[in-house]
Design a protein around this ligand. Structure first.
Ligand code: NAG
Ligand code: NAG
Ligand code: NAG
Ligand code: NAG
Ligand code: NAG
Length: 954
């Protein structure tokens, strides 16, 4: 049994009698004694304490006190030194009553159970509780620790089973003088609390081996921290973000940040950390050049940079140890030199904000060795091809040092600032594509034969610098938008552009192989001439394809027309002089099949967005969160030749880039696997929102949204027709090929294909396709293809936007209304009928009605029977821009557009087709249905050509 109270009283009396002796210690305070006795009781091995029963712990009058206990003159316990004596058991709940305790050493024992609250231990200055097995820490543990200077809780599984704990903010308020906070390996979770950075006295902070995530808070800049250990966070997600904040920590001596996920470069301003001795940054995701000033820091002795993606020359310390294995350095040994071209490219990469896409690829000392976006010719960098590569920042003047550069493509990035003068010194430069960025003028004076593209830089001041000549519209591609509406408000705001766009793209990869390809129901983009002259295929035979069922607009009638001699020509076209460079450029879009497998959860059925004839489209998420749509070709359609064409086609696809065109992000090939990767468009096809909104429980589109969509489509088509490097004809524009992003902005898809024609000979347009209902009459009848065929289709889309009716619907019994284009042409001028035709979901205010009328007129204009009477897409943009912008419809409704009389020819045409189909007996006409979403098709061509139409499929 423990000493009864009576005994204590006796001792107290004795001490009082003996008072005035040599002893400085007073008789122990009864409260403190009670805590010590509680402690003795709560231990499982109290004997190791060696505390004799009966004696005063403080050593009454000259007597010897208890081991490990010190008291002040008032008989208060002020020091408990119980370290490393094998204590086992728990601390008593009454522990915080030792409120005169200044120093507590309990480290390296076997103490377990929950820590009692230390609340109110206002005298406690140093507390070592580390290396025990305490398994919980109460929330109010730190409350009122007014004198705390140092506390160590390392290596305790605090609240581990309860999912960890976070440092209570009370610590900052109660312990402003805290100098050392050591919380290594004690199950901390969450972020590093920002308030720690505001604790001005804090010199040492150790948070290693926890499960912390997120960045080093910005508050740490300006803190007085000397030692910062954040290394080896244990969770899947670790500490991340950049190291920029370190540069603000001027007192830093020791920074252990290894074993995390820190990104970005080592900040140049780390040279501010003059006290730095020990810097461990190994095993992170750091990129870029090591600042030369780092190794010049006077006290730096110990540096570890291993296992990052650092580039440039490997750093070395004059004295001390530095390791930097497993990085991308171009020169490793002290005598090695980095190639000047490498340094120029790395400088460019640095100023472009170290885009993630290049990380890991741009390493070593040879840029001709598989550096993403870099193509060499005779060992020198000749092409820099980085469209849509997340470049952020400015264009480095170092590009001017890459003397063999002929082609620089940096379009569709987030570049700001000016175009550096140094680029004008590139003697071989032919093309500089800076479209779709946020660059400012003035433009330095380039030679007139340099094709400089600046489309889509809304703030670009096109004035050239003094003495310079304005960039010429180069022969084959205009430099500045030639039509109203594509400048200025034409560019999406940076915010909009940064938004990851989504959707799946219905695409078409045609591989024209023999007559089998006749079966492919592919939309094929064709070259057209800049001067608008038509491409004339020698259409000697035609194939009319009719549907088996007629349940919707997207899997309906398609028409494929072809000439007999076409396919030989097209195939040889792809092996023309251009194909090599296409191949090389296309390589930059290779995405590993493994990555795509991961992104789509190994092509999980849950990820299926839709199915087409030759593959299934899956939704995917890349590790950086980018949503993608992955089309997986069926292996049965793949041949060697197909592979070649596949790559050549991809190379071309990668060049047609516009914010209103769904872009291809890459492709993957491995074994029999053929994958195409597109941006993912979250809201799916326009047709879904116009015609199937009820099934999908969607809101019908407002008129304002429809107007915006019309303008987006017009812009995308305008780009294809006139603003792209070459002129393209889409051939299958329809609402199922118009995809909507999360903001309901539209992008045209399925603009997949074109044929490389040798020597600018455009007579390759041999295989024609389209979707009936959207087909221009002259195209359907003669196969004569011009951009005006697309304009017709655009007009039909406008009609769909107005009426909410599909372009063609066999269910509409009345022949008059079955074909939207012809019917709409009839009723448009009869106001009563026209009103009745407007989509009933639209709220028909006077203002909206007027706006609709203008669009109806444009639709009529676009569907003029004579192609020459149809406007070009630039005109459509011009009409739509002010309506979208100001909501101000024009009111010249009386104007009659050239007496369009559409319905008759079209209906006759249809009948003609039906008749001709019925009369075909020689097998050259095939009738088949477009695959429905279950994918049963009668025959499979040995190519990729197809039109994927199931954006609505599920
Ligand atoms: C630790 O866990 C205990 C018991 O589950 C809980 O009461 C306490 O609030 C937790 N401590 C912290 C700091 O979250
Ligand atoms: C962390 O603490 C546990 C005890 O809680 C110990 O077993 C383990 O070895 C420690 N880990 C490190 C890395 O020190
Ligand atoms: C460098 O490393 C060696 C071997 O590990 C060690 O003996 C030496 O003390 C280190 N020097 C410095 C300055 O840290
Ligand atoms: C570009 O850099 C700025 C400033 O560093 C940053 O705020 C922005 O998020 C970056 N944008 C992209 C797309 O990386
Ligand atoms: C258009 O191109 C064709 C073929 O090169 C040419 O014959 C014709 O003269 C051109 N037309 C115009 C208006 O430039």
């Amino acid at each position: 049994m423990d000493a009864p109270p009576l005994l204590i009283l006796l001792f107290l009396a004795a001490a009082a009698v003996a008072g005035g002796g040599v002893a400085t210690a007073a008789t122990i305070h009864p409260g403190d004694l009670a805590v010590l006795e509680d402690l003795r009781r709560s231990l499982t091995n109290p004997d190791v304490l060696g505390w004799p029963k009966g004696a005063d712990p403080c050593g009454d009058g000259g007597g010897k006190g208890w081991a490990h206990v010190s008291c002040d003159r008032a008989g208060r316990v002020n020091n408990l030194d119980l370290k490393s004596i094998g204590l086992a058991g728990a601390l008593p709940a009454s522990f915080s009553s030792l409120d005169a305790l200044q120093d507590l050493s309990l480290q390296t024992n076997k103490l377990s159970g929950p820590l009692p609250s230390f609340r109110g231990m206002a005298a406690l200055r140093h507390a070592y509780l580390n290396d025990n097995a305490f398994d919980a820490l109460p929330k109010d543990f730190f409350d009122g620790l007014d004198s705390l200077e140092e506390i160590c809780l390392d290596n305790n599984p605090l609240n581990k089973t309860a999912g960890g704990w976070e440092i209570p903010p009370a610590l900052a308020a109660s312990s402003p003088q805290l100098q050392s906070l050591r919380l290594t390996n004690c199950s901390l979770v969450g972020g590093i609390p920002a308030f720690l950075g505001g604790m001005t006295g804090l010199q040492m902070l150790t948070l290693s081996y926890n499960s912390l995530t997120g960045p080093i808070p910005a508050t740490f800049a300006g803190s007085g921290l000397q030692k910062l250990w954040l290394n080896n966070q244990l969770g899947e997600a670790k500490l991340s973000g950049t190291l920029d904040v370190l540069a603000g920590m001027a007192d830093l001596q020791q920074a252990w940040l290894h074993g995390n996920q820190f990104t970005g470069p080592i900040p140049d301003a780390i040279s501010n950390c003059k006290q730095l001795v020990d810097l461990k940054l190994n095993n992170n995701d750091l990129v870029g050049l090591v600042p030369p000033d780092l190794t010049a820091l006077p006290l730096l002795r110990d540096v570890k940079l291993d296992n990052n993606n650092l580039v440039g020359p490997a750093p070395a310390l004059k004295s001390g140890n530095l390791t930097s294995s497993h990085n991308g350095f171009c020169a490793v040994k002290p005598d090695d030199k980095c190639a000047p071209e490498v340094m120029a490219l790395l400088q460019f990469q640095a100023e472009a904000g170290y885009p993630v896409k290049l990380t890991g690829s741009w390493s070593g000392n040879d840029p001709c060795k598989a550096w993403l976006g870099v193509t060499c010719s005779q060992g020198k960098v000749s092409v820099l091809n980085l469209p849509s590569s997340g470049l952020n920042g400015t264009i480095s003047k170092s590009l001017g040092d890459l003397s063999a550069l002929s082609d620089i493509r940096l379009d569709s990035n987030h570049l700001t600032g000016h175009v550096p003068d140094s680029l004008t010194g590139l003697k071989l430069l032919k093309k500089l594509d800076l479209g779709m960025n946020d660059l400012n003028g003035p433009l330095p004076a380039f030679r007139p034969d340099v094709n400089v593209i600046l489309t889509g830089n809304p703030n670009f001041n096109t004035k050239t610098s003094p003495g310079g000549s304005a960039p010429k519209d180069a022969p084959h591609s205009p430099t500045t938008p030639g039509t109203p509406g594509s400048q200025g408000q034409g560019a999406a705001s940076p915010g909009q552009r940064n938004k990851k766009s989504k959707i799946l793209l219905a695409t078409t990869i045609p591989v024209a192989i023999g007559v089998v390809a006749l079966l492919s129901l592919g939309a094929v983009v064709l070259f057209c001439k800049k001067n608008g002259s038509s491409v004339q295929p020698q259409a000697t035979s035609s194939v009319v394809v009719h549907p088996r069922n007629s349940s919707g607009p997207d899997n309906l009638v398609k028409i494929v027309m072809t000439s007999n001699d076409s396919f030989g020509a097209t195939s040889s076209g792809t092996s023309s002089r251009d194909s090599d460079i296409h191949m090389i450029e296309a390589r930059n879009f290779v995405i590993s099949v493994q990555v795509l497998r991961c992104a789509t959860k190994n092509f999980a059925p849950d990820n299926v967005l839709g199915r087409g004839g030759f593959g299934v489209v899956y939704k995917g998420v890349l590790h950086d969160g980018t949503m993608i749509a992955v089309k997986r070709m069926e292996s049965s359609v793949i041949s060697n030749k197909a592979l070649d064409e596949f790559q050549a086609e991809i190379a071309i696809l990668t060049k047609v880039r516009h914010r209103n065109l769904v872009s291809i992000m890459g492709y993957g090939i491995e074994g029999n696997e053929r994958l195409l990767v597109y941006e993912h468009m979250s809201n799916g096809a326009l047709s879904k929102h116009l015609f199937h909104w009820k099934q999908h429980e969607l809101e019908p589109l407002s008129w304002k949204k429809r107007l915006n969509i019309a303008l987006d489509v017009a812009r995308g088509m305008e780009y294809l027709h006139t603003l792209a490097q070459q002129c393209y004809i889409h051939r299958d524009l329809k609402s199922a090929n118009i995809l909507l992003g999360d903001d309901f902005r539209a992008k045209v898809s399925d603009f997949g294909l074109l044929k490389s024609a040798p020597d600018g000979n455009f007579s390759v347009a041999t295989r024609l396709a389209g979707t009936f209902g959207y087909l221009a009459p002259e195209y359907a009848v003669t196969g004569k293809i011009t951009t005006k065929a697309d304009v017709f289709s655009f007009g039909v889309v406008l009609m769909e936007l107005i009426t909410g009716m599909t372009a063609i619907d066999e269910r509409r019994i009345d022949e008059e209304t079955r074909y939207l284009a012809s019917w709409f042409g009839q009723i448009r001028k009869d106001e009563e009928k026209f009103r009745a035709a407007i989509d009933p979901t639209l709220e028909l205010t006077d203002e909206i009605f007027e706006s609709i009328s203008v669009v109806a007129e444009l639709a009529g204009h676009c569907t003029s029977r004579e192609p020459s009477q149809r406007p070009d897409m630039g005109h459509a943009v011009t009409v739509l821009v002010p309506m979208v912008e100001k909501w101000k419809p024009s009111n010249n409704e009386a104007e009659d557009y050239m007496g369009i009389d559409l319905h008759l020819p079209l209906l006759q045409m249809v009948k003609g087709w039906q008749e001709s189909e019925a009369s075909m007996t020689d097998g050259s006409i095939m009738s088949l249905s477009l695959e429905d979403s279950k994918g049963s098709i009668p025959a499979r061509p040995a190519g990729f050509a197809e039109s994927f139409t199931s954006a609505d499929g599920r």
